[in-house]
Design a binder for this molecule. Structure first.
Ligand code: ZN
Length: 271
């Protein structure tokens, strides 16, 4: 399998086909006759996420994926159990959220940061398939070229029982692309550095027009945007409403992967 990373998508709005008729989708419908799929990720296991995201999602009947960093969430297990009980997916975002990866002893890193987090999450929330979201989207583990590094990382994840992992950039994916690049699933965080909705809306429109799968990532949520990375609640909810207005199937990442035939047992090695 060719594992390569696509360049960060820049200027997406300028690449949109015109006109953006929904009928332009060239592939078979997604579940429910939808013309595209979208998954929502909330990364890092932040307090503001379980405060603000579930009510907004509940009001619109949407289920999402929350990628938990153990360092951030282990004092809030009851709250995250409540999130899971609503039908949301809890994924793995490592123990410490390191964004600089080691060039040596990659097996030790994956064991301590990823597999140990998986074992702990399964202990806290029940054993089930869990996807990894790479902290900061970085996959440059071990020596070699970026391609070598991703291949090494993905191989170690496969050995540990993972079936997929998500990066933090790249355009909406075709079904075939997602199957072939299941350890580097594309996503964007369109409101990380701006309150401007245009990138998110363009991404959703491209997803519909091409019959693809979009992953949108959020970090902190807040009544008003204060810090870089935060999304104001009004902006977050405007994106949820934009999804609801489009012919999109909105489902957690694991559910979309299952629809694509990507799945199987998750058996992380303990210790
Ligand atoms: Zn993160």
């Amino acid at each position: 399998m060719a594992l390569h990373r696509r360049a960060i998508l820049g200027g997406l709005a300028g690449t949109l086909p015109a006109p953006l008729a929904f009928g332009a989708a060239r592939t078979a419908p997604w579940p429910g006759g939808a013309r595209g799929a979208v998954s929502l990720s909330y990364d890092d296991g932040l307090t503001s996420q379980y405060q603000y995201a579930p009510p907004a999602l509940r009001a619109r009947g949407i289920k999402a994926s929350f990628f938990l960093t153990l360092d951030n969430m282990q004092d809030r297990v009851a709250e995250w159990r409540a999130v899971a009980a609503e039908g949301h997916e809890l994924g793995n975002h490592t123990v410490h959220h390191y964004c600089g990866l080691p060039t040596t002893r990659p097996e030790r890193f994956v064991q301590r940061e990823v597999v140990d987090a998986q074992v702990r999450l399964n202990t806290l929330f029940g054993r089930q398939p869990r996807i990894l979201a790479y902290p900061c989207g970085v996959t440059d583990l071990g020596p070699g070229t970026p391609n070598d590094q991703l291949h090494l990382y993905a191989g170690l994840l496969r050995e540990a029982g993972f079936v997929a992992a998500r990066i933090s950039d790249g355009p909406p994916m075709s079904r075939r692309y997602a199957r072939d690049h299941r350890f580097a699933l594309n996503a964007i965080a369109p409101t990380y550095a701006t309150e401007d909705l245009s990138e998110a809306l363009a991404y959703l429109d491209l997803t519909v027009a091409r019959g693809r799968w979009a992953n949108l990532v959020f970090h902190g949520l807040a009544p008003t945007r204060a810090d870089s990375g935060d999304t104001a609640n009004a902006v977050h909810e405007a994106i949820l409403d934009a999804i609801a207005k489009r012919p999109l199937w909105c489902a957690p990442i694991g559910q979309v992967l299952a629809h694509l035939g990507v799945g199987g047992p998750i058996a992380p090695k303990a210790g």
